[in-house]
Design a protein around this ligand. Sequence first.
Ligand SMILES: C[S@@+](CC[C@H](N)C(=O)[O-])C[C@H]1O[C@@H](n2cnc3c(N)ncnc32)[C@H](O)[C@@H]1O
Length: 244
Amino acid sequence: MKDVYHNFADRYDWMALKSPSRTAFFKNRFQAHRTAMLLDCACGTGRDLKLFKDFGLDVEGSDLSPAMLDRARKTLSAAGFTVPLHQIDFRNLHDHFPPRFDAVVCLTSALLEVLDDTDALHALQSMHRVLKPGGILIFDQGMSDAMIHDKPKVDPLLNTRDHSRLFVMDYDPDVMTIRICDFIHTETDRDFQTFTVRLRIRLLDDWKELLARAGFQKVDFFGSWEEEPYDKQTSRRLIAVAYK
Ligand SMILES: C[S@@+](CC[C@H](N)C(=O)[O-])C[C@H]1O[C@@H](n2cnc3c(N)ncnc32)[C@H](O)[C@@H]1O
């Protein structure tokens, strides 16, 4: 199967801006739920595995993309961490793990890359199956009810001395296509590269239904890493914390 991230994995972490409120959000959740063992099932380049290792958690990572897993391996070993990493489609986690995790995370819109709703349900069911009773699933997305209402067309996400990144968005009724345009302007290099990702538009009501069908008992929805409750009219992010 084609690794869609193979041309993007090395540039992915341009986006990894430090966010103290995001760090605090996870710390609070994991303390409140006495999390010891965590699986990041779309671990990408491993930046959150590193964060969660820094918290002192026992972590494992999985992802579909060999290129992203390769980056994660390098990031974690450079930080001096040994973390088990697995190439697994998150619809099939239960084929690889018994229910031994206190928390599963699936971050930064990874679940929206699953375009088919039945597949998304299978993914949530699989995440549910590898959680211990009382365990939590956390996922988040930059897509929200308010944002889909406004349908922004461009987002100049990043502008540093060496790199700039622009998101260009298109919408059809069910799918948002994001063309990520990267400009490289170092002292020695000038380049332009793109990466395109298609995301299924899933909003609060879709997630409520899918999470209930997957067997989760209760879900808290937040609208920001500052722990504001999710508001359909104003929130620009959707964060779900679902309880098995
Ligand atoms: C936008 S990146 C997010 C990476 C990381 N969670 C983060 O927050 O930076 C989406 C990740 O989801 C992974 N992914 C997409 N579909 C997947 C699937 N079905 N199973 C496992 N990983 C998947 C991609 O390979 C990619 O690494």
